[in-house]
Design a protein around this ligand. Sequence first.
Ligand SMILES: O=C(O)CCC(=O)C(=O)O
Length: 217
Amino acid sequence: MRNLSLALEDTAPAPDLPEGLFWQKQALDLAAQKRVWGALQQVLDAAPPAQNRTKGGGMTSAAMTNCGQAGWWSDPKGYRYVTANPATGQPWPQFPDAFIEIVQRVTAKSPWPDFAPDACLVNFYGPGAKMGLHQDKDERDFTQPIITICLGDAADFLGGGFARSDKAQNLVVRSGDVLVMGGASRMRFHGIRKIYPGTSPLPDIAGRYSLTFRKAL
Ligand SMILES: O=C(O)CCC(=O)C(=O)O
């Protein structure tokens, strides 16, 4: 049976979002999601996602990989962007054309029509995976937004405040949704509370991918 609480969430009115946080529900129809998935598979083949070690000595719950000129990396030395995959020494795979087209389409009518990402951190959440509340602050230019494409299972996205302890808003995001965090919301804490296994409209995806586009360098 599909998750009942998720079905109920669907009928809830869209919540008010703070300035700079945009949630474009179903920005990608199923055909566009399939195209992104096809392109993503090439990235995953070239740079398979893996759980990374953290500064604190643990492991990331989500598995990660990157494409673009730079990739976000975590290991006991800390968090940073690197231009080659430390696991292989190879450059990260280039952005597939499908990614560039989607980002351009999404940003065209946004406050950041000239957004030119140079990094895409891809997170993969299997059953039980999550991501704690954090700020994205390893990029050089905080005037540029972070744009996230959701693919696969639905998830609880937490949009918090500017302190980790601030109350967070829960958005149930689905495959094809796009989130933009920019401007006044660029430095908000955010995270993934849980995913809803078995809710992916793409039968080949068991779990959730988030494609997070950044201007890192
Ligand atoms: O998976 C998501 O939607 C959130 C990802 C995220 O917060 C990040 O990559 O910094």
